[in-house]
Write a protein that binds this ligand. Structure first.
Ligand SMILES: Nc1ncnc2c1ncn2[C@@H]1O[C@H](COP(=O)(O)OP(=O)(O)OP(=O)(O)O)[C@@H](O)[C@H]1O
Length: 254
């Protein structure tokens, strides 16, 4: 069952799509940032969303998360969805386990939070205060908060953007494992072409308010950073992003 972002329920069982967006337009001050965008995400699919800074990636994610309803068009998303942002957004006055349960209906037990925290390798930090966590730990706590919602759709907005290179690798691996275990659809916003190619089944490039380019990422997992099977795709994605030449970094302007 899916709900649209206005909250009306579409009872037509849709097993072919976790997300269906048709003709989505979102304007700010009369300027459309998203302009007639169509998008389908399949259940269990890991999709990476690339695009230049300001092209509307976070705006799209906020719409899918139900945080922005001032839209035109049709958006069908699963009821169970969760979002994690670049900043972990933990409440400093609540212990980690309470942060994980924040906003959940009912009065879930601490054990529920602890199971999710164990899944992200933070089983021993449940009683800690957020300020005592490292950046990577805080980001994992934020992931646990998303997982505890048992989402059919996990929306990740540059979740590794603020992490150092080593922590980023560990966090990427963790997300890959969680995705394989949970089987939910994932939409990952990233500036990093290599990250997209490591993790995703499909990479999308957003430009001029629409999905301007998309490609399947077919090589078997695990994939490695310098994987020669990914070289042609990498070049193509960089071209689509307007970043060309062998010396350029795979990270687009943040
Ligand atoms: N609440 C808002 N009010 C006015 N303009 C907004 C608002 N939110 C976003 N915008 C504008 O919409 C455009 C797209 O913003 P968005 O944050 O979606 O881009 P993005 O692709 O996620 O960028 P980045 O990669 O830098 O995070 C930008 O020009 C931004 O200034």
């Amino acid at each position: 069952m899916a709900t649209d972002v206005q909250g009306t329920v579409n009872t037509a069982a849709d097993t072919t799509a976790a997300v269906r967006v048709e003709g989505l337009t979102r304007s700010f001050d009369g300027r459309p940032v998203i302009d007639g965008l169509d998008l389908t995400l399949r259940p269990g699919e890991f999709t990476a969303l690339l695009g230049h800074s300001g092209c509307g990636k976070s705006t799209l994610l906020r719409v899918l998360a139900g945080l922005d309803r001032d839209i035109e068009g049709t958006v069908l998303v699963p009821k169970r969805r969760a979002v994690a942002f670049q900043a972990p957004r933990l409440m400093p006055w609540k212990r980690v386990w309470r942060n994980v349960l924040l906003g959940l209906p009912g009065k879930p037990d601490r054990a529920v939070a602890e199971r999710a925290l164990a899944e992200v390798g933070l089983g021993d930090r449940s009683g800690a205060w957020p300020k005592t966590l490292s950046g990577g730990e805080a980001q994992r706590a934020s992931l646990a908060r998303a997982l505890v919602r048992e989402p059919d759709l996990l929306l990740l907005d540059e979740p590794f953007g603020a992490l150092d290179a080593l922590t980023r690798l560990t966090a990427q691996q963790l997300v890959a494992e969680l995705w394989q275990r949970r089987g939910c659809a994932v939409l990952l916003v990233t500036h990093d072409v290599d990250e997209a190619l490591l993790l995703a089944d499909r990479a999308l490039v957003m430009r001029d308010g629409v999905i301007a380019y998309e490609t399947a990422v077919t090589p078997d997992r695990p994939r490695t950073a310098g994987d020669p099977r990914l070289a042609a795709l990498r070049t193509r994605l960089l071209t689509e992003l307007g970043v060309e030449g062998p010396a350029t970094t795979a990270r687009t302007a943040a």
